[in-house]
Design a binder for this molecule. Structure first.
Ligand code: ZN
Ligand code: ZN
Length: 334
């Protein structure tokens, strides 16, 4: 079972979501479907900067800054201890210093603040796009249901015409959404730093280190175990842009006063847990939940359709797990 694979979005919303959550490989995938060879490569070079790509880039930058800051501590220690003899005391002192600097202001506060600020900006543009998309989706639904324009409530009609004109108009981000964006960026920023620190500290148990472990080994350890991979940044970008998109979408629907409930909309080729959510809350089931309620609460156990089970680490308002590309469907009600 692997829930870390990136799936395609649901067909109904894939076009919209590419523009918000598209990463380089998603655009490459789309370009290759349409074109072959040189043409496709040219298109990839000219990609739009989606909010998700922004999150991926600033996260990669943050991870590199963290690593460089750690290596500087080792450099300084090497400068202080020119003799090349193997001294585990020096290594351990250096490592403790590293841990101290990451848990106290010396290195990390500025990096964190910078990263958190950049995240907030990226979440903000995800949310703006989410509001617009949410409104356009309602228009699509009205058309599909054949609702005559005379029967569409004024508030919703206004929101739709504003969204079509490319403006947010009467539907803006509510204070609750702005707060939750702030909260999300601070949680993610802390996680990126704390996670990095914990991973490194847990791997450097003095009792488990070889006796001849020296500063060069410490440097190698940091480089090898500090994961600045694009996978890590891409997972954060995918997960977070989807969450911000859903939070904004729910907020916009609430503000139109025309949506009270939502269904779960499963991504194409989704995993057993998302299949379960679809069996329980998909459109065909007739079961929906209140628009701002989670499908599953934190701590709840979700039983997959293939026998696996998963404890929800956070409430699932739209997506179910990291890298999940599922979506939600509004239930029109006016
Ligand atoms: Zn899934
Ligand atoms: Zn999913």
């Amino acid at each position: 079972m692997c829930i870390h694979k990136a799936y395609d979005w649901p067909e109904q919303t894939a076009g919209y979501r590419l523009g918000v959550e598209g990463l380089e490989e998603d655009f490459a995938h789309v370009a290759k479907q349409g074109k072959e060879g040189a043409d496709a490569d040219n298109d990839i070079r000219d990609l739009p900067v989606t909010p998700a790509r922004l999150i991926e880039r600033i996260t990669t930058d943050a991870l590199i800054s963290i690593r460089n800051a750690m290596l500087r501590v080792v450099d300084e220690a090497e400068g202080r201890h020119r003799s090349k003899r193997l001294v585990d005391d020096v290594v351990l002192t250096t490592f403790r210093e590293l841990a101290r600097q990451f848990s106290t202001p010396a290195i990390s506060v500025d990096l964190r603040r910078e990263y958190e600020g950049a995240l907030k900006t990226a979440y903000g543009s995800t949310a703006q796009a989410g509001v617009r998309i949410a409104t356009l989706r309602l228009e699509e639904m009205l058309e599909k249901l054949g609702v005559p324009s005379g029967q569409v409530p004024q508030q919703l009609a206004d929101a739709i015409s504003q969204a079509k004109a490319g403006r947010l108009g009467s539907v803006r981000l509510s204070n609750a959404v702005v707060d939750s964006i702030d909260e999300m960026s601070s949680v993610v920023s802390n996680a990126v730093f704390t996670d990095t620190q914990n991973r490194l500290l847990s791997g450097l148990d003095p009792a488990g280190l070889p006796a001849e472990f020296n500063l060069g080994d410490l440097r190698r350890y940091l480089v090898e175990n500090h994961d600045v991979s694009r996978t890590r940044a891409a997972t954060i970008a995918r997960t977070e842009s989807a969450r911000a998109y859903h939070v904004a979408q729910i907020d916009a629907w609430k503000q139109t006063n025309a949506v009270k409930q939502k269904h779960f909309l499963m991504a194409f080729d989704a995993c057993q847990f998302c299949q379960r959510a679809s069996f329980e809350f998909g459109e065909g089931t007739g079961r929906s939940v209140a628009i701002d309620a989670p499908f599953y609460g934190a701590g709840e156990i979700l039983n997959g359709t293939m026998g696996g089970s998963m404890v929800m680490s956070m409430p699932a308002f739209g997506t179910i797990h990291p890298n999940c590309r599922c979506d939600i469907d509004p239930v029109l009600d006016f």
